[in-house]
Write a protein that binds this ligand. Structure first.
Ligand code: UGA
Length: 345
């Protein structure tokens, strides 16, 4: 293995990407190229040092070939990862997570580049064991009309392609499965800097800032284990210093932060109370059909087994929900409260 000098982050302008790129620039001396179609999140604060920002889609003619030629390590983070889109535009979701990325895997395999691919905890589908394990848990997707699973299926198939290249063609790669990472600048806020329904943290933030009800889909008894984005970034940076992680599939999540969506809503309402305007938000029960439309499906609980990440990366997530929610909410308030007040008048 040669010492790493340069790295390309495909999708590095997104939520996870922008936090990771900032960490890369702060904590390494690697040459960094970021490829994305939008850099608003990255450019929202000065970068610690210069990075090459390439505004392009991974499907642009010749882009993958050029990037793989120029960098020793490629981090692949592009996807449409909001569940509200899985049953609304499943073909775009499948292309973004599978079709568009097969050429990247093939090219990294041919050119002997190190590929760090961000897959997803969604590949476990409806499996609900106490702790989902990378190599022993089954991946249980719902039936075809439940289009919710289009994303998971596309992500799983790309994992299988990567695995086949590693096993049979000498590709060096690591597959990461993030579990419900949350933090500042997640997704978008509808009506402010995007349209549609973002993931739960951003959607609840939108409701709080606008004094609207927090929608609890099918009652909010379903559970998720939330990982703070800084803990996630620390693990991903640790991966770059860990040759033993090559060839592995690794869960990154925080089993300690396993709570129901109704409890998350209650904790966010409480943490937001100091910013509260005249209209306080309350939770509101909504049906999945009315909220997401036909084809949505869900998993009741999703807790990661993180023994492998802990052993390989000497990593343990340390941020509790009680510690992270006030910081996340303060950040959203500082970015959006003025705009929310303007929209209300
Ligand atoms: C999503 C994505 O599918 C994946 O991109 C990703 O791997 C995963 O998040 C993640 O963040 O790691 P999911 O956990 O279902 O999966 O994401 P959310 O949209 O944040 O929903 C979490 C739960 O909250 C779901 O049960 C959903 O029905 C519920 N929800 C969501 C609400 O009750 N209210 C809302 O306003 C939004």
């Amino acid at each position: 293995m040669h010492p790493m000098r340069s790295i390309a982050v495909l999708g590095g302008g997104g939520f996870l990407g922008s936090h990771f790129v900032r960490g890369l620039l702060q904590q390494t001396n690697l040459e960094v190229e970021v490829v994305d179609t939008c850099f608003t999140k990255l450019e929202s604060a000065p970068l610690p040092r210069a990075a090459r920002l390439t505004r392009a889609c991974v499907t642009q003619q010749g882009l993958i070939e050029r990037v793989v030629e120029e960098h020793e390590t490629i981090v692949s983070m592009t996807a449409i990862c909001t569940p509200a889109n899985y049953n609304k535009e499943p073909l775009a979701v499948i292309d973004a997570s599978y079709t568009d990325l097969v050429p990247l895997v093939q090219r990294c395999s041919e050119k002997k580049r190190y590929l760090i691919h961000l897959s997803t905890c969604e590949v476990y589908g409806k499996a609900e064991s106490e702790a989902l394990n990378e190599t022993s848990s089954p991946l249980l997707l719902g039936p075809i009309p439940a289009e919710r699973w289009s994303y998971a299926c596309a992500k799983q198939l790309l994992e299988r392609v990567i695995w086949a290249h590693m096993t049979h063609h000498g590709l060096e790669a690591t597959i990461i499965r993030p579990f419900n990472v949350i933090g500042p600048q997640m997704d978008y806020l509808p009506g402010f800097d995007g349209e549609g329904t973002p993931r739960v943290l951003a959607n609840f933030m939108h409701a709080l800032l606008c004094g609207e009800a927090l929608p609890l889909v099918d009652g909010g008894a379903q559970r998720r284990a939330f990982l703070y984005v800084d803990d996630f970034t620390e693990a991903l940076l640790g991966l770059l210093r860990c040759p033993e992680a090559r060839g592995e599939i690794i869960n990154l999540g925080n089993p300690e932060n396993d709570i129901s969506i109704a409890e998350l809503a209650a904790q966010m309402i409480a943490a937001y109370s100091k910013h509260q305007g005249p209209k306080a938000s309350t939770p509101e029960l909504v049906s999945a059909d009315s909220f997401y439309g036909a084809g949505y499906d869900d998993v009741k609980r999703r807790v990661p087994d993180i023994h492998k990440a802990s052993a390989l990366l000497q990593w343990r997530p340390s941020t509790s929900l009680e510690a992270m929610l006030p910081a996340i909410i303060d950040d959203y308030v500082s970015r959006y409260a003025g705009k929310a007040r303007g929209a209300a008048t």
